[in-house]
Design a protein around this ligand. Sequence first.
Ligand code: HMG
Length: 388
Amino acid sequence: MTIIGIDKMSFFSPHQYIDMVELANARGEEPNKYLIGIGQTEQAVIPSTQDVVTMAANAADEMLTASDRKKITMILFATESGIDNSKSGAVYLQRLLGINPYARTIELKQACYAGTFALMQARDYVTLHPDEKVLVVASDIARYGLQTSGEVTQGGGAVAMLVAANPMIAEINQDSQFLSRDIMDFWRPVYADTARVDGKYSSNVYQDFFKKVWTRYKSKTGRDIADFKALAFHLPFTKMGLKALRDVLPEATDEQQVVLMDEFEASRVYNKRIGNLYTGSLYLSLYSLLDNSQSLKAGDRIGMFSYGSGAEGEFYSLTLRPHFSAGLVTGQIDTLLANRQYVTIADYEKIFNNQLKGAADREFDFKGDPAKFVLHGLKNERRQYICN
Ligand code: HMG
């Protein structure tokens, strides 16, 4: 049977960041609360010249060859920070990236879960059409507001994944277990540009959903923790994944507990410095694991826990392919992080309040933004995208 899965992955986050010690000092909090209690060291700052479309385009562009662009017949755009209630972000991407015009383009939403749903749809589609490729992007800006308890868990960026037959990175196994329940732990009404959240409740529900889908996974598949080399989690903040991991660690032998903890540390290296990127967080964590693990090898099974508030949880597994590292853009995130510019908390607050809002024509100065795709402004209620 043909193997279907993630062929390539690429990541983008804007060129500016703040330091969590400085944010803690500015908010009158103990720095270790942010560094250890929350598990974040830096946070991406999203300039007015980037939105979910430009971030997705910047991520996908770095991994797509001319041949990929011809073979893509579907673009699935997962986001909860969409820029339009009608038109999908995927249509803009098709033009910006020069993708085959005979492709389907659609946007998907269920809080942070939509990227996983998109990936599963892509896998099923390519199973039926193994000569075609599907572009999945998960692009978001996590915004809670200045001086809120969620502020330390903000961030933003995009992960792009190409789903294809005989993939380079990993096979997506047909073993998903999922659960949905109508609850109000986190939501964003259409009139609001910041999330509403019941923070402690959301963390408890996350852990509860993880335990439920993990238990169901084990009973449906007959597998147990010994079958996994690593577990990757949706990381709204990296301590959240640690809490979930600790819930199941006692099921492993002492020796395997060390391995799972080591792999978890590898899986949160990048998320600690970017923050939450909602739909993309689990996939940035996967990227971090693949890039930073010292011991992963072909054939290893990785458990993936996806959680989207509101709420939906899914647990499934990936099996690593022989040359999985070749599916990542070499040195991409190290370069991105090394080139990022530090901003003060005062400047971050100005940037935070200078996002595109309302219907009036506006132009942004995009000279300082080194990204290839930037948002130039709004003209006649149309977003103006520029290829730098
Ligand atoms: P808070 O009330 O400011 O923090 O909000 P806290 O008082 O709970 O402290 C946080 C941790 O720091 C605690 O550890 C403290 O003990 C510890 P815990 O008990 O949780 O293990 N702490 C310290 N540790 C070391 N040294 C110190 C120190 N002081 C305290 N000196 C909260 C934290 C996460 C609730 C808040 O930031 C928030 O509401 N964030 C947004 C919501 C969120 O991320 N929820 C996660 C689950 S829901 C989800 O994942 C979905 C989501 O991604 C959205 C979507 O699906 O679209 C959010």
